[in-house]
Ligand binder design. Sequence first.
Ligand code: GUN
Length: 290
Amino acid sequence: MKLIDGNTIATEIITELTEQVANLPGRKPCVTFVRVGEDPASVSYVRKKQRTAEAIGIESRLQLFDDSVSREELKSFIQSLNDDDSVDGILIQAPLPKHLIETEVFNWVRPDKDVDGFNTVNIGKLCQDDPEGFVACTPAGIVELLARTGVETNGRHVVVLGRSLIVGKPAALLMLRKGPLADATVTVCHSRTRDLPAITRQADILIAAIGRAHFVTADMVKEGATVIDVGINRITDDSRKSGYRLVGDVDFEAIANKTSAITPVPGGVGPMTVAMLMKNTVKARMAHGV
Ligand code: GUN
């Protein structure tokens, strides 16, 4: 079993980007984060993204809104970012409060600043295999992990567990693309799928993105499969100062020895999401010119 070390691979990418940013003529790339409310996981993700941006030499700005922000106020702020030539990337941290419709908010972001790739235009470009668009950071990170670990996808059966806009759907679309690091046979499973274990057992590569702690058990995995665990679930742990610890969607202890390669949680997909956001921001900066 090979442990796929997301921290090391993300650090490699960050080093590459730091060099690229140092050599960019003109102003530094700039990303603006928009966070609504105080969801603890969102607070921690945005902080991590900001720190990584600063380490690379990317300027990062943060705009906070109260949970009660109106649709109009948020929309007009995003429009001001769209019109601001000093901003290359805009990231609206999900989840948003219930009175806001996430897909509507994501579509307020101008497509060439949509470094999260959640905008209708960028999802469309992904469907069309158009490399100009932005691909959602977590799925893009998964492809990068597989590529840099030397896991073949061509002609192999990839089973994606979960159909979210943020991970499941774009991950399936990426694996379906023609060309290198893709060309897989893809099955997408979800909460209504019947006899799930019979399908997941066929996976050469299993991508678990459902958000339920230890959902994937040993009987659901084929001997020698590659397992990518996207879940970041907080479970109570009184032995920790924080009172919780992070576990994946996969029962790592039970499965690891059955796999040919597996990502840990934390330290697998998580750091890759942040690295790919930085990559998208640099791409946006380059597209915006000097
Ligand atoms: N919430 C969970 N994952 C993500 C992500 O990749 N981007 C944003 N904006 N919000 C998220």
